[in-house]
Design a protein around this ligand. Structure first.
Ligand code: AMP
Length: 192
């Protein structure tokens, strides 16, 4: 299996690149943010809970997120591999993902990190907020909070994968296709 973690701050381009990568490598895309938003739309119990954190720019608690992700992985037993987009966001989630995949007889192949500086992220998120209608992309204070949460809670996840020699940083500024080709080169180097 080819299992990728697509990592990076909010607005780095994870969703855009995931959509292209799943086509090239025939993978199943699991975006925890997308799954939460679908639950919010469907007004499920999980959606109501998730919304209370998302609206404040905070992370949904680990236990809730990990259980949801595990259920989603189990829905695709025939998958050739997964792209985890927006997950793991904490070291506890990274450890849970490792044990989930170990139980399935597989592992993370690579963490690809899209590197984009803070000012550019803020610009991109506000622009995205105009089209997507996402409330958390429209409020500068929530955006600031999400970036802080990323720096404090999520950035350390990089060390988790570095320790396993699975981390690869890619410049996330430039043409979408150019960034995509860089990502593909990194993937092909581990997927021979
Ligand atoms: P995203 O679409 O990845 O930017 O996620 C939107 C929001 O969903 C985040 O700001 C968090 O509140 C929540 N969320 C998404 N993924 C996770 C995760 N792995 N752990 C905790 N909260 C998450």
């Amino acid at each position: 299996m080819l299992n990728l973690v697509l990592f990076g701050p909010p607005g780095a381009g994870k969703g855009t690149q995931s959509a292209k990568l799943i086509n090239r490598f025939s993978l199943v895309h699991l975006s925890t943010g997308d799954i939460f938003r679908a639950n919010i739309k469907g007004e499920t119990e999980l959606g109501v809970l998730a919304k209370s954190f998302i609206d404040k720019g905070q992370l949904v608690p680990d236990e809730v997120t990990i259980n949801m992700l595990s259920e989603e992985v189990k829905k695709s037993p025939e998958a050739k591999g997964f792209i985890f987009d927006g997950f793991p966001r904490t070291q506890a989630q990274a450890a849970a993902l490792d044990s989930l995949l170990t139980n399935m007889g597989t592992t993370i192949s690579l963490m690809l990190a899209l590197e984009v500086e803070e000012e550019e992220l803020k610009k991109r998120l506000l622009l995205r907020g105009k089209d997507s209608g996402r409330a958390d992309d429209q409020d500068p204070q929530i955006i600031q909070k999400r970036i802080e949460v990323y720096q404090n809670e999520t950035f350390p996840v990089k060390d988790y994968y570095m320790a396993q020699a699975k981390y690869k940083g890619v410049n996330g500024i430039g043409e979408v296709n150019e960034i995509f080709e860089h990502l593909c080169t990194e993937i092909e180097s581990v997927n021979k």
